[in-house]
Design a binder for this molecule. Sequence first.
Ligand code: ISE
Length: 334
Amino acid sequence: MTLRIGMIGPGGMGQAHIDRIRSVIAGGEVVAVSDIAADNVATVAGKYGVKGHHSSQELIDDPDVDAVMICSHGPAHEADVVACVEAGKRVFCEKPLTPDAAGSRAIMAAEERAGRKLVTVGFMRRFDESYRQMKAVLDSGEIGEALMVHCAHRNPTVPPHYTWDMAINDTAIHEIDTMRWLLGEEFVSARVDRPRKTSLRFEHLQDPLVLILETESGVRVDDEVFVNCQYGYDIRCELVAERGVVSLGDQEKILRRDTGRAHHAIVQDHNERFRGAFVTEVQEWITAASEDRHTGSSAWDGYAAACVCDAGVKALTEDGVVAVEMIDKPALYA
Ligand code: ISE
């Protein structure tokens, strides 16, 4: 069976997903799109020869749509994810599930009413081969217990609509989720250090910043978020454990030597850096959705990350350590 997918919000990220579903992923077909921007619906529907819907509800209700992918911007997610759950349709929602924890709780409540997990959150780094190898090393016990993790998340630049809180709830959220998964525990507190600001981008941003998180067992994670670093998309991670250290390698494909130097290219965006992870993630979702099973990060993972983001956003405007507040995990997600 081919899973017939309706996509809400096919911007750059959404169209990258459509392209991989059409070229390298098996078992799925995007058959319809909707967008708050009517001109984008017409453009994307025409480009791919698919149905264009006037509203997300119309797309969700379409009997030709088996499952939904949501690639719109974060604040629009909650209503559409809840509508998918209420319609009994499986939904893959790009990160963040919602920009704040209250929105994610509403989604969990909808799933609890439905009595099943229908929501998968697009935290793609869990599918990245290098992060997976790091986790395998830690889980093997060979380097002992994790003590600290040093992360960096650098973007060449961000668009003008990128708001000050997005450094946490749109960018650092990747490290927040990946570290929860890597370390297998929740975060209990957040703090933000604010270095000198770059002069090369918007005044309304604290750029760069360092988010400092602590887990239940006391592991300290620092995350440098620098979203206008100019030179490339650079993701770094070094885990320090009791008997060893494991880090992400540099992601270059080739190393070149010429004119008295050795050098390699640096990727410029997440689609390049996490190409393989996106393919694995979407392939696994399509396979599972076709078999009516849940896979990948759940609404609980979206909620837990949002709770840490809430604390991080607060810490960005206040001095000191902010506690992460979370409800107990509902039985559905046990
Ligand atoms: C963007 O939404 C992403 O998900 C990228 O991976 C991240 O690097 C960027 O900062 C976000 O704005």
